[in-house]
Ligand binder design. Structure first.
Ligand code: ADP
Ligand code: MG
Length: 244
């Protein structure tokens, strides 16, 4: 579903992603962990082309977004972007739109389906994340956990093949993280392919098929949760896990 090869990216002359390479298979859940500043968000943002990489290749669902550092045509990039759903730490809901309209805006603009089908789908997805009774609320009236569940439902509206989560619970009060993690667990159980940047080690251990540990712009180690959490090989992985 995703193949990243030799990705390099600098900010202000400093190499932030140094030759990143990894793959994600269909139906797989991959947790991306590592210290703050290690480049996890930059990597995820590059996958949806919110950042432009300097060199390398990104293939999604068999098509390239960028190959040998050269991006595909705008239409090709848009087609690929449509296959991706992204959920951010800070929700990024449209404050002037109701919950329902937050979900329906993108699919209506993209004419993904008839208005009626789109509206049915938004109702279904809001029920699924436990917010069937808040469809006409504005984001400002919701808790952080509710906002994040709306953000997940909104990303699902476009029927993504790959869901990317960037620390989806880091901005939440501890008592609200569970409701968001359980929606994500449900998605994983339904075989959604997911890449999750997270500091929730218990969640990573339980839900991820594979863990990738990044530090200072590099993938230092990757393996199954057992391999990484029970028997880490690299000193940097060990030190990070001890701190967590
Ligand atoms: P993480 O998500 O692992 O905490 P980030 O990808 O956010 O790491 O950041 C990696 C490094 O890139 C950090 O040193 C950060 O300061 C730098 N960085 C991220 N975005 C920008 C930007 N837009 N301009 C300059 N530096 C940036
Ligand atoms: Mg980050």
């Amino acid at each position: 579903m995703l193949r990243v090869e030799n990705v390099k990216k600098s900010f202000d002359g400093e190499l932030i992603l140094k030759n990143i390479r990894f793959t994600v298979n269909k139906n797989e859940v991959v947790a991306l962990i590592g210290p703050s500043g290690s480049g996890k968000s930059t990597m995820l943002r590059s996958l949806v082309h919110l950042e432009t990489i300097d060199d390398g290749e990104i293939y999604i669902d068999g098509e390239y977004m960028v190959k040998n550092g050269k991006y595909g045509k705008p239409q090709q990039i848009r087609n690929i972007q449509r296959k991706l759903g992204m959920v951010f730490q800070h929700f990024n809901l449209f404050p002037h739109l109701t919950v329902r309209k937050n979900l329906e805006l993108a699919p209506k603009l993209a004419k993904l389906d008839t208005d009626e089908a789109i509206s049915q789908r938004s109702e279904q997805l809001l029920e699924k994340v436990g917010l069937g009774n808040r469809m006409d609320a504005y984001p400002s009236k919701l808790s952080g956990g509710q906002k994040q569940r709306v953000a997940i439902a909104r990303a699902l509206m476009m029927k993504p093949k790959l869901m990317l989560f960037d620390e989806p619970t880091s901005a939440l009060d501890p008592e609200l993280t569970g409701e968001v993690l359980s929606v994500m667990k449900e998605l994983a159980a339904e075989q959604m392919t997911m890449v999750v940047v997270t500091h929730e080690m218990a969640f990573a251990k339980e839900v991820a098929d594979r863990i990738i540990f990044m530090d200072r712009g590099e993938i230092v180690e990757e393996g199954t949760p057992d391999e990484i959490f029970q028997n880490p090989q690299n000193e940097r992985t060990k030190a990070f896990l001890k701190r967590m």
